[in-house]
Design a protein around this ligand. Structure first.
Ligand code: CA
Length: 438
């Protein structure tokens, strides 16, 4: 498990003054990574670290003369247009760069003069995926989501018997994952109404979002060499916000017996910034398993998992309809939840994924599954909030929704906050629904 160190110190401030704002997502204790360039330019994309409302251009920092040793080697990898090589270097290199950046960005640091020339305003930046995602696996780790969705699909048998033993997942498709700002066409496909004798073809009528945490694998493992539970954190580079858009009507018809397919692979959106495992260390919380539930098999259980395996990431979903956008009004909040409710931890997902010898590679990506909290209003999808489309939700401007309309934009936000630690945030994950292809 990552340990607390000087980079987490609540009293640190930065010479980048916007980083000292109490409400910023990106204080000096965060230092998340992205791939960026100046908006509308033909500059090469390269690595960047967020600080306040600025980005430290890591390609420029590499040439600044400020850094040396392992941190300088890490910067050389971060100057590329994808973070895979840096992710592959492992947690010692990630930590060395974090520490060096933390020291160089602190109030009074000698590096200010050289490094202030390496800043680009976030308002002037555009992003792409932070790495080349090889394989993408989507888990299903919220027992609250699994139970309420199970009730809709199988009223007599909501939670299948394997759920409390196996971190359930399926292999997804990485080619349609894109960064925040993604706009995609409403998918078309086969659906079958319950009372219809045959399926029909057309635009999805039950388009939904899924509030998920995205997990980036850093250092991988050799084929045949499982990652043990307590070693798993060293393989996880960091976390982001993830919207796994879902076509519920296509899903309901296609999902048996092999699971999700075209209902899921038309678009998925990630936030640009990866908040590192190390930055999240102060927000570790105990992971518990109800005494009435099966306890995990030994390869999924450890003292460290029990004491600090979960992470308290507060999450919210907002909806910005076309009407709100035209009126210049604020998006409407749909729900709030926390990743701490997850039935399985990130480490358990990694340990389970590799226990059969499956090899993970730098830049591989996991979705956590929809993160719904225990209460109905904490649900992470419209499917749950509207009880399968039967109870429309009313928005503040009088509009109603059962599922998403064309022109709707969904915004995910996430942050960590507690007494004695700096508030850190994930920025924003936003995607827009366009009409189906005519
Ligand atoms: Ca999903």
């Amino acid at each position: 498990m990552p340990v607390l160190n000087e980079t987490h110190d609540l009293t640190l401030t930065s010479w980048v003054s916007s980083a000292n704002d109490a409400q910023t997502d990106f204080p000096i204790q965060n230092l998340p990574f992205a791939i960026f360039r100046r908006q509308g330019s033909d500059e090469a994309f390269r690595g960047g670290v967020a600080i306040g409302d600025q980005i430290v251009d890591l390609a420029a920092a590499k040439d600044s003369g400020v850094f040396n040793g392992l941190a300088q080697q890490a910067l050389e990898a971060c100057a590329a247009d994808e973070l895979n090589a840096f992710m592959a270097m492992g947690s010692e290199a990630w930590s060395a760069l974090r520490l060096a950046l933390s020291r160089a960005l602190r109030s009074g640091a000698d590096a200010e003069a050289a490094l202030s020339a390496c800043l680009v305003a976030q308002a002037d930046a555009e992003y792409k995926l932070p790495c080349r995602i090889g394989d993408y696996t989507d888990f299903y780790t919220s027992v609250h989501h699994a139970t309420s969705v199970g009730k809709l699909f199988r009223p007599d048998n909501p939670l299948l018997p394997n759920y409390k033993w196996v971190p359930i997942g399926y292999h997804g498709r990485s080619s349609s994952i894109d960064v925040s700002g993604q706009a995609f066409r409403r998918p078309q496909g086969q659906t079958k109404a319950p009372d219809a004798s045959e399926p029909s073809f057309g635009p999805c009528k039950r388009l939904d979002y899924e509030l998920e945490i995205g997990i980036y694998i850093g250092a991988g493992n050799e084929l045949g060499e499982p990652i043990a539970l307590d070693a798993a954190d060293d393989h996880v580079f960091g976390l982001c916000l993830f919207n796994d858009w879902s076509a519920r009507d296509i899903q309901a018809w296609e999902y048996q017996p092999l699971g999700p397919f075209l209902a899921k692979n038309f678009a998925s959106t990630v936030s640009p910034w990866i908040v590192t495992t190390e930055a999240l260390a102060p927000y570790r919380v105990e992971w518990t398993r109800d005494a009435a539930d099966p306890q995990p098999l030994p390869y999924l259980d450890s003292a460290a998992t029990r004491s600090e395996g979960a992470i308290d990431i507060q999450l919210e979903v907002l909806l910005e309809t076309e009407q709100m956008r035209n009126a210049g009004s604020e998006p409407a909040k749909l729900s709030e939840s926390s990743f701490r409710h997850s039935y399985w931890t990130v480490s358990q997902m990694v340990a389970h994924h590799t226990v059969n010898g499956c090899n993970l590679q730098p830049g591989d990506f996991f979705g956590s599954g929809t993160q719904s909290g225990p209460q109905h209003e904490e649900a992470g999808s419209l499917l749950e909030l509207t009880v399968g489309g039967k109870q429309p939700i009313e928005l503040a401007n009088g509009e109603t929704r059962t599922f998403l309309d064309d022109g709707d934009a969904v915004i995910l936000r996430g942050w960590c906050q507690k007494e004695g630690a700096a508030r850190i945030g994930f920025g924003e994950c936003k995607g827009l629904v366009l009409p189906a292809k005519g």
